[in-house]
Design a protein around this ligand. Sequence first.
Ligand SMILES: *Cc1c(COP(=O)(O)O)cnc(C)c1O
Length: 361
Amino acid sequence: MPERRRPDLSTVAVEAGRPDRIPDAPLNTPMTAASTYVGVPEVGGGERGYGRYGNPGWEACEQAIGALEGGRARTFATGMAAVTAVVDLVPAGGVLVIPDVCYLGVGALADRRAERTGMTVRRVDVTDTAAVLAAADGADLVWLESPTNPAMQVADLPALGRGLRGRVRTAVDNTFATALRQRPLDLGFDLVVLSGTKLLAGHSDALLGAVVTRPDDPDTLTALTATRTLEGAVPGTLESFLTLRGIRTLAVRLDRAEASAAELVRRLEGRPGVEVRYPGFGSMLSLVLPDAPHADAVVAAVELCVHATSLGGVETMLERRRRWPGELAQVPEGLVRVSVGIEHVDDLWADLDRALTRAGL
Ligand SMILES: *Cc1c(COP(=O)(O)O)cnc(C)c1O
């Protein structure tokens, strides 16, 4: 038989994590509401055993995420639980490198750990490749995010992957791009972290996180699994189901949202008082407006777009990031982060254009 064509990732998103094709089997892995499983005489061979150790629904979702990212995945209750499991890999008194601007929770978690365990946190500008490589000296973990949330900076991941490989453990938060736009494991990084809450689940109705390890690194997978089991931040049964359901349409949602984002950026070009930050791919963009009052006026004036935090849903969401007291001072007061959804681009444009005009921009 001729060899099967290697499927595109949009096909993998539809196909991975399905039950075996046994006659009359369901096409989708059913939700298994189980806190425990029937016992075996001697435990130790990787049985599920108890609801905190495993669930067929988690495993199906992990197969899909692992297949997309090119590694082996473990899912967690939230993106932050996944982040925590990775930061847990840093030994007591160790050194963690993080971006100077990145997802707020990561910086806050790092500072908390530093205070409690004596871990050292080094903050670097991820767009400065030489600075990241220098900061990696003697570090235990280099954590990167690209594009960064909400500054929309882009790191040179190919160069960093080459430069860091084998020197230090590395992780990339791939929440904004997903495997469909960049695959950090292919670039030489050790770990991918995802907030499945965002684009993967995609409908603003579930929280879930994932860590993906390289296929040739079973030890880290085991360590992460132990953290999940012992610290207990396991994914919910429904949330795993919803995330896998969301992954099925990830490619079409992202294609559509990305095309709309690019079109909105094009239409905003040259508009006085509106600086657009867009990395050139994906569904996220930031508008830097003159100040907080202008930004607050825009988010108050939209009618189709929703004023809400979070991102990656089918509905377009926007917010002024500095409304959060903890948001970094490097983020401009007037920065409005926009997560473009799958509504028609002309409707989005009409709403945004009207809101900007009403705000005097
Ligand atoms: C939302 C987010 C997280 C945290 O994920 P939760 O599912 O909210 O815990 C981590 N990184 C990035 C880039 C995010 O946008």
